[in-house]
Design a protein around this ligand. Structure first.
Ligand SMILES: NC(=O)c1ccc[n+]([C@@H]2O[C@H](COP(=O)([O-])OP(=O)(O)OC[C@H]3O[C@@H](n4cnc5c(N)ncnc54)[C@H](O)[C@@H]3O)[C@@H](O)[C@H]2O)c1
Length: 452
């Protein structure tokens, strides 16, 4: 079959933002050619890689300030940016400095998840545009509050769910909308990774390179353990409910969001059933080693299965990520989506995996390749800051996707149950404990107000 036999609409999808009036920010106006000044909150691997790349691929965008509570990463970030762009950014351990700085147009939030919403909401309140990493939130309520804040303060917010800018997402959505896949019967998503046992190391005194209290921020106080934060690496915070939603949050947030996008962004499901536990390695991770989740959308089901126990499954290799004419081997592809329609089965990948539709007699009847979408997503953010258009990673849709991750995790945390969900109020209809988790709690001084 000829490559690109299905014509992609990606270009229109990415660039099809309406042109609006220039941005009014305090006394200044950011026009098409004006400089956009960024500040980074959270100078770990992801934040540094994406903000530096964003400045390289866009005209007239620079980093003024970097912020981190890890002093080693903070000074490394200053040096890296100096090396990359020949200009040293200012640095701070207190994000409020950035919110107070009238020069800063937009903030890039790449902290662990428990800080995403408190930082992003405060940024909106301060009149900054926001790029915020996935998974958006550690509970359902707080990402709804960001939707409200973005709307109230008229901010451009891009969720770091970069597959929203992936060409294969736009073309797959068109293909499904055209009816060629038939009626959707069931959808299966996977996050089947390699990994191992997590065991928490004993408490230690807080190291000199870290402001532990600020790192914890809205989360309950607990003593420092080197298992949670590491000086130069990521550490193990994703194993703790207070800071993250585990592998479902880390990995499945991408595939689940991409799936919602290609299905035409269905609203909330009516229920979730989840099963998860540490039955594989028996480690001390609070977030489960393995999870199996079913969302009930009324006319079809969406499932998510995964964990760190699958050493024979792989993410897309670099050769596939950067080559739109190569597809992953779907059988051992750890991040695949399978969309079963009455007329065909669509395999869909992230990391630039593209999609292929399997019809009868083992025939591929349609396909579209893609490349890793980070560049498109970062360009879309900058373009929307200038045009005031709606980002591809629209915060309301990404809140819906983020809610699925929180729903799945909450159903596990209340004892592997089926929970009925009221999409209007975004609360559970049959479990009070689940509603406590859906709202979350915040340490004194770090609360998010009801009225943002
Ligand atoms: N979109 C993607 O494909 C993708 C890929 C990787 C990571 N991520 C997400 O990006 C985020 C960062 O991931 P990472 O791997 O860089 O993690 P990391 O732990 O290496 O980096 C997070 C940084 O935030 C800092 N931080 C914590 N509290 C802070 C505060 N109050 N003020 C300022 N800085 C603070 C930490 O000290 C750390 O340096 C996570 O949410 C992760 O899920 C997204």
């Amino acid at each position: 079959m000829k490559r690109r036999s299905f014509l992609t609409t990606s270009a229109a999808g990415i660039a099809g933002m309406s042109l609006a009036s220039p941005m009014i920010l305090g006394d200044s106006v950011v026009g098409a050619n004006d400089k956009i000044v960024l500040a980074l909150i959270g100078c770990g691997g992801r934040g540094m890689q994406t903000i530096v790349n964003c400045c390289k691929i866009n005209e007239n965008v620079e980093i003024k300030t970097v912020c981190d509570v890890n002093r080693t990463k903070l000074s490394d970030a200053v040096n890296t940016i100096d090396r990359e762009f020949g200009k040293r950014p200012t640095s701070t351990e207190e994000m409020q400095t950035i919110f107070d700085d009238k020069d800063v147009t937009a903030v890039w939030v790449a902290t662990p998840e428990h800080w995403h919403m408190p930082a992003s909401i405060r940024a909106c309140q301060a009149g900054k545009d926001v790029y915020v990493e996935k998974n958006l939130s550690v509970n359902i309520w707080e990402s709804r509050k960001l939707v409200e804040a973005a709307s109230k303060y008229k901010r451009v917010v891009q969720a770091g769910l970069q597959n929203r800018s992936a060409s294969q997402g736009f073309s797959a959505r068109e293909y499904i909308k055209s009816g060629k896949l038939g009626k959707i019967v069931t959808v299966k998503t996977y996050f089947m990774l390699g990994g191992g046992k997590f065991t928490e190391a004993p408490e230690r005194p807080v190291p000199a390179w870290l402001d532990w209290d600020k790192w914890l921020g809205p989360a309950p106080y607990r003593p420092f353990s080197p298992s949670i934060v590491s000086e130069r690496g990521r550490g193990g915070w994703q194993h703790y409910w207070d800071y993250s939603g585990g592998l479902l949050d880390d990995e499945a947030s991408h595939t689940i969001d991409l799936t919602r996008m290609v299905l035409g962004d269905p609203p909330h499901p009516q229920s979730v059933y989840a099963w998860g536990g540490n039955h594989v390695y028996g480690g001390t991770s609070e977030t489960p080693e393995f999870q199996s989740i079913v969302f009930d959308y009324g006319t079809f089901t969406l499932t998510a299965d995964g964990g760190p126990a699958f050493k024979y499954m792989y993410k897309a290799p670099q050769s596939t990520r950067n080559n739109a004419s190569k597809f992953p081997n779907w059988r051992n592809y750890s991040a695949r989506v399978e969309i079963y329609g009455t007329e065909g089965l669509m395999y869909l990948g992230r990391h630039g995996g593209g999609w292929q539709v399997l019809g009868k007699d083992d025939k591929i009847v349609a396909e579209d390749g893609a490349v890793f979408p980070d560049n498109d997503h970062q360009k879309n953010f900058i373009e929307c800051i200038r045009t005031r258009g709606k980002t591809n990673g629209d915060i309301e849709q990404c809140h819906y996707s983020s809610t699925l991750i929180n729903m799945g995790n909450i159903a596990c945390r209340v004892g592997n149950k089926q929970l009925l969900f009221d999409g209007k109020t975004e609360t559970f209809a049959n479990n009070d404990q689940a509603n406590v988790l859906a709202k979350g709690t915040y340490r004194k001084g770090y609360e998010i107000p009801d009225n943002v």
